[in-house]
Design a protein around this ligand. Structure first.
Ligand code: TH1
Length: 766
């Protein structure tokens, strides 16, 4: 094994030099850690064999200092430096802003993938956009979500490296004789972040494009007195990468979004083609391009355009070559999330691409690319990919049966599954170091890069189970302190911590959870001495700013929290907390302290989920439906260690066909009927008793997401959770089994699957 790329002494010297030059501790640590990555970054750019380019509109990377120090084995040195400077490493970590260049699971998956590629030695580069403002900051005003711009660059960009690369990207204009003459041009400037793998021997590059004007400042205009207009070109170009669209699993359909998508694709493909040295025919032996959902799907027509217009290939040859290079991951079947652009908009913004799309549609009529004057991006991506993958076993099967049934019949070999995973470096070692220590004590080193070794924890030793339970207790005590100090809610650390953290969406059914909470509170009030298991219900998540129903759910949760937390009858039996501004760092704090993991989406709607895996790996027990990767989690951890409830995807489809299904479910479940009453009668908001009638009306009426129909079984499973929790030893055993049996959910396993089944890439040994 080679030495680490940076010695502790060299790192200390780098930090000292920066401190002497007047840097703060945090800046000095980041700067020295970034410098340590420069050799890896250069090596990553030079790598010889086949490599993958992961194109994604989102990379939800979070903080980087802790992960980088661990990768390089520099944590101890860093904490000594902090002590000498009169601070702690923990405090320095907390000061780093989260890079939230993504909405949720899709963006976080991309970040886990890059880290896994770097750890296992898969040569690659992630391409994304350098949004000036990532996902908005959420605060609560009288229980309602208020959005403010996020400013992750407020302290500069300490992790960035400058590769000195820039490309022009065109929009609009016209096509004459097959040649595109764009009407507008902007510059795409590369900013790199090197993502080191565990052990610090290899890195992959995350290359983020920023839009700039070709001529940032018009001196002529300025001299004529037009002081604002002189910078207009710059302002308009910059607008392109100003903000991340905050719609998770929901298509916004805005022209600026299509511009962003093409900007990412055009810059990235130009960069890749500039680096391609061999013959054009060998392109697919040198490069695999993975499309993270359809957001970069214009890559198909763009690559064909480059090959035909730039390199003189015949159309059919270009299509075949593009297909060999490209692969597409589908992350959702929700109809409202499937991208589709009006032909008129596409023709106006990208006239040459629209021609290519029409030619493709004529050549592949079975693909259904054009439909009623719109370009269906999923069909386009499918038609130009040699592999199309789903993100869990169930989701992949549903893809074949529903959205892509026609295409699957024409191309039965194309759809494959790659169940998602998460990186255990961040999601165990980083966020739960005490658990990592217990694991290492039991099975030795090596598991962090070979997570299936967690199975070596079995047969479970009583001492290990106790130690894990002790870690959980300590994590809960720390969280309880934080909830009291930062959010003013004192909670009993001995209560069951029941946690639902994810984007707020009807299909994820936070309203099912809060209705069950209301029903539980009512029963506790009826009989406070009935031996209840104390609960802390914890929620966190952002709602898309335009998603009214989701925002009402947030408001309701907060109103319930206010009422319940002040109730002297129920006291410590029940507390409800909504933690504001959910992000990667909040997840890292909550997950290690959770007992119960809420994964309660309507079956068939959550493509995979990845939070579910993080919870299981940190010893929380899942209460969940047979949806997404829950199915595979349950198979692995064992049905006796998983709280299953609810209808299956098939039952959901059948249930929806029954007229009045919700009313019937409410009528047969008095607990639900009684809980729904409180949304009309001012229990939670006396000056406007009807405020939450919209939610109640939806649940008892149309109820597309089957909250009413699943309520009774959810209640049953929750009471089973109480029984399990009341037996502390039994619970600890089940929690430990969840850890021991979840090793398969490492994103290392997922990336190896992509390398083998889709990319045809082998690992390099560093
Ligand atoms: C999510 C899926 O909802 C989730 O189930 C899955 O685990 C995750 O992707 C990773 O595969 C999606 N996020 C988005 C975001 C947008 C559009 C579609 C999806 S699907 C903007």
């Amino acid at each position: 094994m080679r030495d680490l790329p940076i010695s502790e002494d060299a790192f200390r010297a780098g930090v000292d030099m920066r401190l002497a030059a007047g840097d703060g501790v945090a800046e000095a640590l980041c700067g020295a850690a970034r410098d340590a990555m420069v050799p890896l970054w250069r090596q990553a750019q030079a790598s010889g064999g086949k490599r993958v380019a992961y194109l994604s509109m989102e990379f939800l990377i979070g903080r980087l200092l802790r992960e980088t120090l661990r990768a390089f084995g520099l944590e101890r040195a860093a904490s000594e430096i902090c002590a000498a400077q009169g601070t702690t490493l923990g405090e320095v970590f907390e000061a780093e802003p989260d890079a939230a260049l993504g909405n949720g699971g899709l963006g976080r998956l991309a970040a886990c993938f890059l880290e896994s590629m770097a750890t296992i030695g898969c040569p690659g580069v992630g391409y994304g956009l350098r949004y000036e403002h990532g996902l908005f900051r959420q605060s609560l005003v009288q229980g309602k979500q208020v959005e403010a711009p996020e400013d992750w660059l407020r302290f500069g960009a300490p992790w960035e490296l400058n590769p000195g690369r820039a490309y022009e990207v065109g929009f609009g204009g016209h096509v004459t004789d097959g040649v595109w003459h764009p009407g507008e041009r902007v510059r795409a400037v590369a900013h790199d972040v090197a993502v080191p793998g565990e052990g610090g021997r290899f890195a992959v590059i995350l290359r983020l494009w920023q839009a700039e004007a070709l001529r940032p400042f018009d001196l002529g205009r300025f001299n004529y007195g037009d002081h604002v207009g002189a910078s207009a070109a710059e302002a308009s170009a910059r607008a392109l990468t100003r903000v991340l669209y905050p719609d998770d699993t929901n298509e916004a359909g805005k022209a600026l979004r299509l511009k962003q998508e093409y900007f990412l694709v055009a810059a990235s493909l130009a960069d890749l083609m500039a680096d391609h040295e061999g013959a054009l025919a060998d392109l697919a032996d040198a490069l695999a391009v993975q499309l993270n959902d359809t957001h970069p799907a214009i890559a198909g027509p763009e690559l064909i355009r480059l090959l035909v217009d730039g390199w003189g290939l015949a159309f059919d040859e270009a299509v075949a070559l593009a297909r060999k290079v490209l692969a597409y991951t589908n992350h959702t079947l929700l109809p409202e999330a499937l991208e589709s652009w009006p032909e008129g908009l596409m023709a106006w913004l990208l006239p040459r691409h629209m021609e290519i799309i029409r030619d493709l549609d004529a050549a592949l009529p079975e693909a259904g690319i054009l439909d009623h004057g719109a370009v269906r991006m999923g069909n386009l991506a499918f038609a130009l990919a040699h592999r199309v993958n789903g993100v869990s076993a169930l989701h992949t099967e549903l893809m074949k049966e529903t959205v892509f049934a026609g295409l699957h019949a024409s191309y039965p070999e194309r759809i494959v599954n790659q169940t998602n995973g998460v990186t255990p470096r961040r999601w165990i070692a980083g966020c739960n170091p005490a658990l990592a220590e217990v694991i290492t004590g039991a099975i030795g080193d090596g598991w962090l890069t070979d997570l299936e070794r967690l199975s070596g924890l079995e047969p479970l030793d009583g001492g290990v189970v106790d130690a894990m339970a002790g870690v959980k207790r300590a994590n809960k005590a720390r969280l309880a302190e934080w909830l009291a100090d930062e959010h003013g809610v004192p909670v009993d650390p001995g209560a069951m911590f029941d946690v639902q953290i994810k984007r707020i969406h009807e299909y994820k059914r936070q309203h099912l959870n809060i209705l069950e909470t209301i029903a539980l509170w009512q029963e506790m009030r009826d009989a406070p001495e009935a031996g209840w298991v104390p609960r802390v219900k914890i929620f966190a998540g952002k709602a898309a700013p335009g998603y009214h129903f989701a925002k009402e759910i947030i408001h309701l949760i907060n109103r319930v929290a206010e009422r319940v937390n002040a109730d002297e009858v129920t006291g410590d039996l029940l507390k409800v907390v909504f933690v504001p501004n959910y992000n990667v760092s909040v997840a890292e704090r909550l997950i290690p302290a959770s007992d119960l993991s809420e994964q309660i989406s309507t079956a068939g709607k959550e493509a995979s989920g990845t939070g579910n895996m993080k919870f299981a790996l940190n010893g929380a027990i899942t209460i969940g439906t047979l949806d997404g990767a829950n199915v595979e989690i349950r198979e692995r951890v064992g049905a006796e260690n998983f709280l299953l409830f609810g209808m299956t995807a098939e039952e959901v489809a059948a249930r929806r066909e029954i007229p009045g299904h919700a009313a019937e479910a409410v009528a047969s479940e008095p607990r639900l009927a009684r809980a729904l009453e409180t949304l009309h009668d001012g229990t939670f908001i006396d000056d406007w008793p009807d405020l939450f009638a919209g939610i109640a009306g939806n649940v008892a009426g149309h109820d597309h997401y089957l909250v009413a129909s699943d309520f009774a079984d959810y209640w049953r499973a929750q009471r089973e959770a109480d029984d399990w929790y009341a037996d502390a030893d039994g619970w600890a055993q089940k929690a430990a089994l969840n850890i021991a049996r979840s090793g398969w959910f490492s994103s290392d396993r997922t990336i190896r699957g992509y390398m083998r089944d889709i990319w045809g890439i082998e690992t390099v040994s560093a």
